[in-house]
Design a protein around this ligand. Structure first.
Ligand code: GRF
Length: 189
């Protein structure tokens, strides 16, 4: 199956997906990596791996609708079957999502429905959560909403900073995302 990954930054989850796809028994390949940020480090990481890339900054388009239309066209040009958002920092409209419904997923660094949005590691600590983690979920027009596919949990430790906690979660993200994608592909005709 052909998977496109949408990123805005570092792209470590994109790399985890690309690593998984390199295994002969994994049921997907990366059709392309698209970013809304021209100089996203993840785009260079993808290019180094020989993966097709595209940069489509919002500022190059007159409206959100035209921006999303360009993203959609690129996904179609790559013959994309599944879309993985991986640190893609833009909210996609219902109109964009509709044709990908059931085949577009996101990874979020919290145990959804707790801590939607940004700064989740600090918020988990400040809330006194004993556990934190990450979720892969179906994408809907609401931010970090949509049915959860899979989660991984980590403990919040006494001496944690947002950085140490975030690193523990990120290591789980890199395991969880390829597993969740594999499961979704297995159940999608
Ligand atoms: C990850 O924590 C992901 O869960 C969140 O944004 C971060 C992206 O990191 N949505 P990376 O670009 O995959 O390294």
């Amino acid at each position: 199956r052909r998977v496109a990954v949408l990123i805005s930054g570092r792209g470590s989850n994109m790399e985890a997906l690309a690593d998984a796809c390199a295994a002969p028994d994994y049921p997907a390949m990366i059709a392309g990596v698209l970013s809304d940020v021209e100089d996203a480090p993840g785009l260079q990481a993808a290019a180094r791996r020989g993966i097709a890339t595209a940069a489509l900054p919002r500022g190059d388009f007159a409206s959100k609708r035209e921006h999303e239309a360009a993203i959609h066209r690129q996904l179609v040009a790559w013959r994309t079957e599944f879309v993985c958002l991986a640190g893609f920092m833009r909210l996609l409209s219902g109109e964009f999502i509709a044709p990908w419904q059931g085949r577009i997923i996101n990874i979020h660094p919290s145990l959804l429905p707790r801590h939607r949005g940004l700064d989740t590691h600090r918020r988990a600590r400040e809330a006194g959560d004993a556990e934190h983690g990450c979720s892969v979920h179906h994408v809907t027009a609401g931010m970090d909403e949509g049915p959860v596919i899979a989660q991984a949990r980590v403990p919040v430790l006494a001496g944690d900073t947002s950085d140490t906690l975030g690193a523990r979660v990120l290591a789980e993200e890199h395991q969880l995302y390829p597993e969740a994608l594999r499961a979704l592909i297995a159940e999608t005709p």
